[in-house]
Ligand binder design. Structure first.
Ligand code: URA
Length: 209
């Protein structure tokens, strides 16, 4: 039931190492997150169902595969999840976007919702939740809770880095939702940061540190 896919593609691993460096500029960090977003979109869509359709090429009629099944929604958790969106839309331009505004209360580390806007047919779609840092997992759990309340049944979670504690907590709440991550780091520190991690992904992306 509980699935965690660690994406070991060399380009993903290389780009993640560049992002981890404290020397990386805001511009560089954002560009790399976008590029990794595209590569992770490739991985998370690897098993999408296909159906054979007939088409005419300029030379002949043929049967050829096209995507079938549920259409996609990317659901970034604001703000860091936005860093994945453009790269993912480059690969799946027809996907819809659901914005989920959650912030971590710095004292309790609990997720506090301040915004939720999803396409009207979100329950009929495959929803890919985007949260670069799966730390305490409070935000990811709250986002999936909310999407399930809206009727969503087929969900996936894509992150960049995960802490073992975050995976445990996420799958404790939503064991059937598979997770894709580029790496699983050592642990969380007392402030809920992933160690060694890369710091605060939102701050590094937007230059707000
Ligand atoms: N959120 C971040 O941006 N970084 C962490 O290490 C943990 C949560």
């Amino acid at each position: 039931m509980r699935q965690v896919h660690v994406v070991r593609h060399p380009l993903v691993q290389h780009k993640l190492s560049l992002m981890r460096s404290a020397e990386r500029s805001t511009q560089g960090f954002r560009r790399l997150l976008n590029e990794i977003g595209m590569l992770l979109a490739y991985e998370v869509t690897r098993d999408l169902p296909l159906e054979e359709v007939e088409i005419d090429t300029p030379l002949a009629r043929m049967k050829t595969p096209l995507l079938s099944g549920k259409k996609l929604v990317f659901a970034p958790i604001l703000r860091a999840g936005m860093g994945f969106v453009d790269g993912m839309l480059d690969l799946v331009p027809s996907a819809r976007i659901a914005h989920i505004g959650l912030y971590r209360d710095p004292k309790t580390l609990q997720a506090v919702e301040y915004y939720f806007k999803a396409p009207p047919d979100v329950a009929e779609r495959l929803v890919v939740v985007l949260d670069p840092m799966l730390a305490t997992a409070n935000s990811a759990v709250a986002a999936v809770d909310r999407l399930k309340e809206r009727g969503c049944r087929e969900l996936r979670l894509v992150c960049l880095l995960a802490a073992p504690e975050g995976i445990e907590r996420f799958h404790g709440a939503h064991p059937e939702v598979p997770v894709w991550t580029a790496a699983i780091d050592s642990h969380l520190d007392s402030h809920g940061y992933i160690v060694p991690g890369l710091g605060d992904a939102g701050d590094r992306m937007f230059g707000t540190r």
